[in-house]
Design a protein around this ligand. Structure first.
Ligand code: BV8
Ligand code: ZN
Length: 257
């Protein structure tokens, strides 16, 4: 194990991980890939739903035109996600939250798997498939509990029409969410970018902010991305294999001290 570990995890990263005080992790769909959640992009393909590229069915414009169609897409995804579990990448990240003085997990994912793995105070830039939001009174409801599997849910408070509590393409992020993530990125000394194609903004700006503030930026992805050039290291591989490897490398290191 030690030999394999050394080839993936550099001395520099081991030392930095061992002494870091403020760590930020940004995740994308790739961190959930080993749980069986299909990614949107990567390996040269783009997710499609009933003939529509996902950034069409997952857009504010589509929701304005055809809310039932958007609900059909999200009801389908909740059905798939309900059977899936966190993988070793989610579990490693959940352990890391107690390793450092300050730890911030920022996710683009809407699948809820970080929470399921035990991560707390997750900054969900794009919301969650497990919540619905009322278009009239803005109240939220938790869809995990309800067996709503089809149609458009009605608000329990006012009877109004509800929408997925997810940020769709062309929609603004919830007020303050990006700013909170950016604030921690500006003061972190280590920033991990895990499983994202880094094409969606403003999320992809988080590692750029960390880098500009002097953080050591590590990308974990089987492929290079537009962010790779600004990262100090790109660990090419699966998050579910690499993240636990980083952790156990440092444990070996510390045990020698
Ligand atoms: C905004 C929720 C201000 C929905 C998502 C024109 C008009 C309007 C807006 C724009 C425009 N042009 C550009 C924009 C801005 C737009 C944007 O960035 N577009 C991109 C595509 C060019 N952004 C927005 O619209 C944002 N809002 O800007 O507001 C505004 C408002 C109006 C007008 C202008 C500006 C809102 C963006 C949020 C969209 N909602 N999700 C849903 O889920 O259905 S984003 C969606 O993409 C997902 O959340 C996903 O997380 C996110 C990013 O994708 P990734 O997470 O990176 O996943 P992806 O599949 O792409 O990549 C997976 C990676 O994992 C790959 O690299 C792969 O190699 C790797 N991988 C695979 N296996 C593994 C792995 N890595 C590790 N381990 C493995 N095992
Ligand atoms: Zn309501």
């Amino acid at each position: 194990m030690q030999a394999a570990t050394k080839s993936v995890v550099s001395e520099e990263l081991r030392a930095r991980f061992a002494r870091a005080k403020n760590v930020v992790v940004l995740t994308g769909a790739g961190v959930s890939a080993e749980s069986g959640v299909p990614t949107f992009r990567g390996a040269g393909k783009t997710a499609v739903w009933k003939g529509m590229p996902f950034d069409v069915i997952s857009s504010g414009a589509k929701l304005d035109r055809d809310l039932p169609a958007v609900w059909e897409w999200f009801n389908y995804r909740r059905g798939v996600l309900r059977t899936l579990k966190p993988n070793p990448a989610h579990e490693a990240i959940a352990r890391w939250q107690d390793r450092f003085e300050r730890f911030t997990l920022v996710t683009q994912n809407v699948d809820g798997l970080h929470h399921a793995a035990g991560s707390r105070n997750v900054i969900e830039l794009h919301g969650s498939v497990w919540r619905a939001r009322c278009l009239t009174c803005n109240s939220r409801s938790d869809l995990r509990a309800s067996e709503v599997v089809a149609g458009v849910p009605s608000c329990l408070d006012c009877g109004g029409v509800m929408r997925p509590d997810v940020v769709l393409f062309g929609e603004m992020l919830p007020r303050g969410v990006f700013e909170q993530a950016a604030m921690w990125a500006e003061s972190c000394d280590l920033c991990f970018v895990v499983g994202t194609s880094a094409v969606v903004y403003p999320a992809a700006a988080i590692p750029e902010i960390a880098r500009a503030a002097g953080a050591y930026v590590i990308e974990v992805n089987p492929e290079r991305t537009p962010l790779s050039n600004i990262c100090d290291e790109t660990l090419m591989g699966k998050a579910g294999e690499i993240l636990p490897l980083i952790e156990c490398t440092v444990v070996i290191e510390n045990s020698k001290d």
